[in-house]
Structure formats: structure tokens, C-alpha cells
Write a protein that binds this ligand. Structure first.
Ligand code: AMP
Ligand code: MN
Ligand code: MN
Ligand code: MN
Length: 279
């Protein structure tokens, strides 16, 4: 693993609109304190942050790139696609995100039903009280930790709500093609988020990049915290062969997660073209 360096461009972050812990203004102050000058806010299935700041974008202490992170299906895996430079007011996008948001609420209630069957009761009512626009398993894990079901989020995922957990509910996300299409219709650039986090073999990653490229995807996130350098070198080579650009971001959620700092991740390989050269 390569040492994390400090960068002024960070193209992946979350706020309270999804599973981040900070308001939009607190996130911006926090990243500025870490030396970030250009930040993409990329909440899961929400552009609420961008609608909130659109009237005062020029007064903010850093340059905000409108973005979003959308989950999609790739075989039996959930893959995350970041959309950068999207138009947050685009109707195709906002209608699509509304559907995703209601599906997300429904999925958490399905988790609650499974947990109930396994003897953990009262989760459903608590899910109803989550304030975020896009609810996620992160919220669910926080509820379960508060209820004492497991001592920390990691163990909640491992024992209960992760892919191999007792109460796991497989997601029914849209296809990769659909997600890339919606991002494109909203004027955005589609980016494969944190490719090393899906436990895919090289063969599956190769297939993912080819299918993504064929669908109209444009870039791959090649620098993020804990990225495996050997894998990133390999991905950089494959990306360049397909003409895919490179992105970078900390995927910041919460200042309490001390191992993730805005702007802190390895440096992009010198052979790739950064996605921000497009704008
Ligand atoms: P969802 O989109 O509802 O399936 O929730 C996915 C979110 O859960 C991810 O974006 C992560 O922030 C979080 N997450 C997934 N796996 C883990 C894990 N093993 N430990 C902690 N957080 C996780
Ligand atoms: Mn998240
Ligand atoms: Mn993600
Ligand atoms: Mn993310």
C-alpha cells in the first residue's frame, strides 16, 4: 500500500443527505481545514446537498462539483457508480433518485423484518425515524449498535447486515447500463467508485471495466484510502487501454472514522489522465 498524500482535489464525499455525519456547511469547513480546494459531494442517491447550496455556490470557501453515488447491479454484486458534473435539477435524474430513495426505505424495512424473525425486534419503527433523504445500511448499522445488537458497525455488518450476515437482504439495484445512462442524461461523467472494494477477481474487474466502457462510462476511481497499489497499477493499465480517465476521492463520511481524511489517499499513477482535465 502506498502512503496517503494530501491532495487539493477530492471527488467523493457524503453529507447528512445520505450516510455522512455532517451537514453540507460543516463538511465544506471540514474539507477546507484539510486543504481541499475542489470537492465533489457525492451522496448516495441524493442531490439534496447541491439543491441546498445552488444559490450560494460562489460564496463557498471551496469549489463544489455536483455529484452523486448510485448503486447498481453487476452479476450478484453491488457496484457503486459516481456521477460527476451532473445537473442536480435534471428531471430524468431527480425522478430516478426518488425511486431509489423509496426503494432504499423499503429495503431497510425488509432488513427490519428479517431481524425481527431472528429475534431483534423494534428495528422497523426506528428505521421510520431516520432523517436522511437516502437511507443506507450505515444508518441501520448505527441503530443496531445503539440497540446493543453488536458492539460496533463492523461487527454489525459481519454478523447481520453484510453480504454474508444473518439478516442480509440482497439488493435489487438497477443495471450498470441504466445507471450510466441516467448520469449521462443529467450531463454527468460516470465513474466506477473504489474498484478494489467489491472483492472481484481480476477477470471480473476486467469484465466490469469493459461493460462499463461499452455502456458509456468514462472514468475509474484509482486513488482512495487503503487502495492496493498493485491492483491500482493493473487497473490503470486496463483503464488507459479502454480510454477511461482516472478519478480520486477519500469517500469521506464521518470525522470519527479517523482512518479517512478528506483529500488523503495515494497519488494517481502518472500514466493516467485525470478526469478533471475534462472540465
Ligand atoms: P447500502 O447502499 O444501503 O447497501 O449501504 C452501503 C453503505 O454501507 C456503504 O456505502 C458503506 O458506507 C457502508 N458499508 C458497507 N459495508 C460496510 C462494512 N463492512 N462496514 C462498515 N460500513 C459498510
Ligand atoms: Mn456510504
Ligand atoms: Mn461507495
Ligand atoms: Mn461513497
Amino acid at each position: 500500500m502506498q502512503k496517503a498524500c494530501s491532495h487539493t482535489i477530492d471527488l467523493h464525499s457524503h453529507t447528512l443527505y445520505s450516510d455522512g455525519s455532517l451537514t453540507v456547511d460543516d463538511l465544506i469547513s471540514h474539507v477546507v481545514n484539510h486543504g481541499v480546494e475542489t470537492l465533489a459531494i457525492t451522496d448516495h442517491d441524493s442531490v439534496g446537498a447541491h439543491l441546498e447550496i445552488k444559490e450560494r455556490a460562489l460564496e463557498l470557501p471551496c469549489n463544489i462539483i455536483p455529484g452523486v453515488e448510485i448503486s447498481c447491479q453487476f452479476g450478484n454484486r453491488e457496484i457503486h457508480i459516481v456521477g460527476l458534473q451532473i445537473d442536480p435539477a435534471n428531471k430524468v435524474l431527480t425522478e430516478f433518485l426518488q425511486q431509489q430513495q423509496s426503494y432504499r426505505r423499503q429495503r431497510l424495512l425488509e432488513f427490519a423484518a428479517k431481524l425481527e424473525k431472528a429475534g431483534v425486534s423494534g428495528v422497523g419503527e426506528k428505521v421510520e425515524t431516520i432523517n436522511a433523504e437516502a437511507v443506507t445500511r450505515t444508518h441501520l448499522s448505527q441503530l443496531l449498535v445503539e440497540m446493543g445488537v453488536a458492539p460496533d458497525a463492523n461487527r454489525v455488518f459481519k454478523r447481520w447486515i453484510g453480504r454474508k450476515g444473518r439478516a442480509y437482504v440482497p439488493a435489487r439495484w438497477p443495471t450498470l447500463e441504466k445507471v450510466v445512462e441516467v448520469i449521462g442524461k443529467a450531463g454527468g461523467i460516470a465513474v466506477v467508485a473504489h474498484p478494489g472494494r467489491y472483492q472481484l477477481s481480476r477477470k471480473q474487474l476486467k469484465q466490469l471495466l469493459e461493460q462499463f466502457h461499452l455502456a458509456g462510462g468514462r472514468a475509474v476511481e484509482l486513488a482512495y484510502p487503503n487502495a492496493d497499489l498493485t491492483l491500482i497499477r493493473w487497473l490503470a493499465e486496463r483503464s488507459s487501454q479502454l480510454g477511461l480517465l482516472a478519478s480520486q476521492g477519500a469517500d469521506f463520511h464521518n470525522p470519527d472514522w479517523r482512518w479517512v481524511k478528506p483529500g488523503h489517499f495515494p497519488t494517481l499513477p502518472s500514466t493516467v489522465q485525470p478526469v478533471w482535465e475534462m472540465w
